[in-house]
Design a protein around this ligand. Structure first.
Ligand SMILES: Cc1ncc(COP(=O)(O)O)c(C=O)c1O
Length: 451
């Protein structure tokens, strides 16, 4: 076991975010990455880390895919127009056509942006424009981004508090509860129901197969748009191009980001029906009623086109399904008999290992002590052990600290999955004996206080 000396990172600490440096140091995860390729991250001290987080579902095609690098270099060498803001960027048309073809259904137009939150902000505005209503419905446990509109459709007070009033007219329903949903929708006050088809930060929550379709039927009945946040689930992460396709829905709006441009250039996209588009951009005067400076930039568009090609040529959706089934099977075999392991859930390569509080007194005492210090403490001790001792990068879910993510790039190999499962089994075994795991977690708490 090597304990990393805290890295100082003086410029970043001085001028960007010293608390982030502190946090990584406390978790002993502040390493310098020299090079990243596929699912592997190579550190300056000679370690190889396996990436089972994928930057929260950014790196579907793996890190630094050579095709996307080559496409970007060629695009730069072309020296074409950049950020002119007074021409028609044809590449945006090309990428939009391909996204709409794959999304199918009623999605015919695209608004490009540069992040997931920006896509969600557009979804809020556009659904209001289309329906003439202000209300927004979202699910408990949702994560949609940290801008004010997106925060307004996320219930967790941790993210919101101290940032002033959020949008009025946003209300939550329980995820996957149709009865409660209908009661809200009946009021006909809601412009959109905004949902992740599978909740990511909420704890990799996969709804019952019929839920989304029934929710869509209710939305249509009461004149509410269905907007799917596929920022994590889209781009073949769970198998199909959009996770919503597995549930047979035809949403009015879909938001994509993260994996859209191969992990190298910021990019996001809102896919919408013609009806939504027409309600927003309905006249010549409104041609630029909603825009964003960097949205259709040619590097993001080129990266998006190259990324789609890789995803399809390498059949990464099919690989995500097969590799995901294998990962869940192996995790269940290795972990199911441990009392603190509650469930292995997921779809494709978006997976979670859910833990629960132990019943055995010798474990319950330290577990409860850590929960009192911070509810995320147990999960962070797990993440730290996996990283430092086993060379596995992952994280707990932001809105559900008892779920550990297992979401590697879709190009992950079977031997790498086996390695991850072995590492997880070793750490879970350690966690079930009263010694090392728990005393180490106490050290983590002390470092957090003293750092
Ligand atoms: C489901 C989901 N929606 C939206 C967002 C916001 O995306 P961004 O961080 O690009 O603004 C995230 C970010 O993690 C997300 O997971």
């Amino acid at each position: 076991m090597t304990v990393a000396a805290p890295a100082l990172c003086p410029l970043y600490s001085g001028h960007v975010n010293p608390q982030w440096v502190r946090l990584l140091n406390v978790l002993e995860m502040n390493v310098r990455y020299e090079r990243c390729a596929g699912a592997e991250l190579f550190t300056s001290d000679g370690r190889t880390i396996l990436d089972f987080l994928s930057g929260y579902c950014v790196h579907n095609i793996g890190h630094n895919h050579p095709d996307v690098l080559a496409a970007l270099k060629a695009e730069l060498d072309r020296q074409g127009p950049a950020m002119l803001q007074s021409h028609v960027p044809e590449l945006a048309g090309e990428l939009a056509e391909r996204l709409c073809e794959r999304a199918g259904g009623r999605l015919k137009k695209v608004f490009f942006c540069s992040s997931g939150s920006e896509g969600i902000e557009a979804a809020i505005k556009f659904s209001r424009a289309c329906t003439g209503r202000n209300g927004l419905l979202y699910a408990h446990g949702a994560f949609h981004g940290l801008t004010c509109g997106a925060l307004s459709i996320m219930g967790d007070p941790f993210w919101r508090s101290g940032f002033g009033p959020m949008l009025a007219d946003a209300e939550a329903v329980a995820f996957a509860d149709l009865a409660e949903l209908e009661v809200k929708l009946e009021t006909r006050r809601f412009a959109a129901l905004i949902l992740e088809p599978i909740q990511g930060q909420g704890g990799i929550r996969v709804p019952a197969p019929a839920y989304l379709q029934k929710a869509q039927t209710l939305c249509r009945r009461y004149g509410t748009l269905l907007a799917l946040d596929e920022v994590q689930t889209g781009m073949y992460r769970t198998g199909p191009f959009l996770a919503g396709s597995d549930y047979g829905v035809e949403p009015d709006i879909v938001v994509l980001a993260k994996a859209l441009s191969g992990g190298l250039i910021p990019s996001g996209a809102l896919l919408m029906s013609d009806a939504v588009y027409d309600s927003v951009y309905r006249s010549l005067q409104r041609a630029i009623i909603h825009t964003s400076t960097f949205s259709e930039n040619r590097l993001a568009m080129r990266a998006g086109l190259a990324t789609l090609k890789v995803l399809e040529r390498e059949r990464l959706g099919e690989r995500a399904v097969a590799a995901g089934e294998y990962l869940r099977l192996r995790l269940r075999e290795a972990l199911s008999n441990y009392e603190m392991v509650k469930e292995i859930s997921g779809a494709g390569l978006l997976n979670g290992i859910e833990f629960r509080a132990p019943a055995k007194l010798s474990l319950r005492i330290p577990f409860e002590a850590f929960s009192k210090i911070h509810p995320g403490m147990f999960g962070q001790a797990l993440v730290m052990r996996l990283f430092r001792d086993k060379g596995m990068l992952t994280q707990i879910c932001g809105n559900n600290f008892m779920v550990l993510k297992a979401a590697p790039p879709l190009i992950v190999e079977e031997r790498q999955i086996d390695e991850f499962v072995r590492a997880a089994a070793d750490v879970v075994e350690l966690m079930h004996s009263p010694g090392a795991f728990w005393s180490e977690a106490l050290g983590l708490a002390q470092r957090a206080i003293l750092s």
